[in-house]
Design a protein around this ligand. Structure first.
Ligand SMILES: Cc1cc2nc3c(=O)[nH]c(=O)nc-3n(C[C@H](O)[C@H](O)[C@H](O)COP(=O)(O)OP(=O)(O)OC[C@H]3O[C@@H](n4cnc5c(N)ncnc54)[C@H](O)[C@@H]3O)c2cc1C
Length: 438
């Protein structure tokens, strides 16, 4: 049995961009419905069970793993919580100045580096920082979306979700939107946008109680780098789904010859991002390093026994070439180009050198290679959407990581919140996000 409802604006997806846009439009008093494929999970938050519930772990036809969050709040429920300013190309090449929205967000969410008092507890991480310094690299404290008053230094569960509410997630903005009158429908898998002429008139979705049709004046897809192109392609916009990038991350762990590793030390508290935009490397907590090896099926690693307290971890995150593709059924192709392979090998070599200098036994180092976590590029500005983020159907927009024409190689959430705010505030302005007109 089908059900029909109506709304002014339908937003598909409640992640970094969807929740931000919903909150902005609800603040203006607009009628908004947010349709979210995932559940509003509560119990697995903060436990490794999050991998079996809130995570969606996918594999490309060529075997490359990509992770995303499918739950209210989207991938921010399972993100690390690191905040990076927008990559330079957004202003210099796309002409979109997000500086005002970034400054506003940093102030509003009190984004700041990991405090000295936390860093003092992280002796394993300090060994890595010192070793990196001796080799001529600078792993510096990172800015994070974390309220350190609520955070416990020895927790390191950000990637499983934060049960203390210390890590900002898009659920915070979603809650604001709902309090301001937005409606939220969870377990609602949007199949396609209903288009009549060149206008979107609604969406059709699968729910546990049958098909849901939502009639509306405007559709905004914020279903992420995988979800948005699937929906567009099912809706007849076949240019979507190309230029797929993922910012693959390689995670290394090994056993310290003596003393403690990075057990109970927060992941991604220090990093060096100065490698010409090619890659970022930093520290990984022992448990996250261990879980990454399991996810990558590096089971030989277990043969040496589990020395959790002596494990030390690092990661290398790559800015990959946008050469993958995804179809309407979520089948995707993604390989690493020769340049990607070369750059990743360079980063892994540096991380290995840092770890061994810090006291890790080189023969114990295991590498989970190239796990993607920032899917994007698939509804790129300039090809699938214009500079107002509009598709070929006049009132159908996309705003999420899929509109980025290339990877910035750095964690994108701060950029996406700023983009979502700017987009929502300039939505009816024909001059578009860069103010230069169409
Ligand atoms: C393990 C991990 C760690 C990360 N760490 C960081 C970090 O430290 N800092 C950082 O900046 N970034 C980080 N990221 C990346 C970041 O979380 C994402 O890039 C960002 O959340 C993308 O925002 P989005 O709005 O494009 O999509 P998402 O936040 O993924 O939201 C998309 C939403 O759409 C929903 N959806 C999908 N398809 C449909 C459909 N058909 N119908 C209805 N709803 C649908 C999804 O369930 C999801 O809720 C990390 C990601 C991962 C996986």
């Amino acid at each position: 049995m089908g059900k029909t409802i109506s709304a002014g604006t339908v937003i598909v997806g409640s992640g970094a961009c969807g929740a931000t846009i919903a909150r902005e439009l609800a603040k203006k008093g607009e009628s908004v419905v947010v349709l979210e494929k995932g559940r509003d999970h509560t119990w697995p938050i903060g436990t490794p069970m999050a991998y079996a519930t809130m995570y969606d772990i996918m594999k490309s036809r060529e075997g490359i793993i990509v992770r995303r969050g499918v739950t209210t709040g989207g991938s921010t429920m399972v993100y690390s919580g690191n905040a990076y300013d927008p990559p330079g190309f957004i202003n210099h090449e796309l002409g979109i100045d997000l500086s005002q929205e970034v400054a506003e967000t940093k102030g509003e969410l009190n984004i700041r580096p990991v405090p000295e008092a936390f860093m003092e507890n992280y002796t394993g991480t300090q060994r890595l920082v010192n070793a990196a310094g001796e080799l001529g690299y600078a792993m510096k404290p990172q800015e994070r979306f974390v309220d350190y008053e609520k955070c416990v230094p020895g927790c390191d569960s950000c990637l499983f979700g934060c049960r203390r509410g210390a890590k900002w997630t898009a659920r915070n903005y979603l809650d604001d939107a709902v309090a301001l009158g937005a409606r939220l429908v969870t377990r609602c898998n949007v199949r396609k946008v209903l288009v009549s002429g060149n206008r979107a008139v609604g969406v059709m979705a699968d729910t546990p109680s049958g098909t849901l049709r939502v009639g509306c004046n405007r559709v905004i897809l914020s279903a992420g780098g995988i979800g948005s192109p699937e929906i567009l392609r099912r809706s007849g916009i076949h240019e979507a789904g190309r230029r797929f990038f993922t910012d693959p991350m390689s995670v290394l762990v090994g056993v310290m010859k003596e003393g403690k590793g990075t057990f109970r030390e927060m992941t991604f508290t220090v990093a060096d991002a100065s490698n010409g935009g090619e890659f970022v490397f930093g520290n990984t907590g022992a448990v996250n390093g261990f879980v990454a090896q399991i996810a990558a099926l590096n089971l030989s690693f277990l043969r040496q026994g589990i020395h959790m307290k002596r494990l030390a971890g690092m990661f290398v995150k790559l800015c990959d070439d946008p050469v993958g593709s995804i179809d309407e059924n979520g089948v995707f192709h993604k390989t690493f180009t020769r340049r990607d392979e070369r750059t990743m090998a360079k980063g892994i070599k540096i991380a290995t050198d840092v770890m061994t200098r810090a006291g890790v036994d080189a023969s114990t180092i295991s590498v989970a290679k190239g796990i993607g976590g920032h899917p994007g590029g698939t509804c790129a500005m300039g090809t699938v959407v214009d500079n107002t983020l509009r598709t070929s159907a006049g009132n159908l927009y996309v705003c999420d990581n899929s509109v980025m024409p290339k990877s910035g190689g750095i964690p994108p959430v701060l950029t996406l919140i700023a983009l979502g705010k700017k987009f929502a505030r300039t939505l009816d302005n024909k001059r578009g996000l860069n103010g230069k007109g169409l």
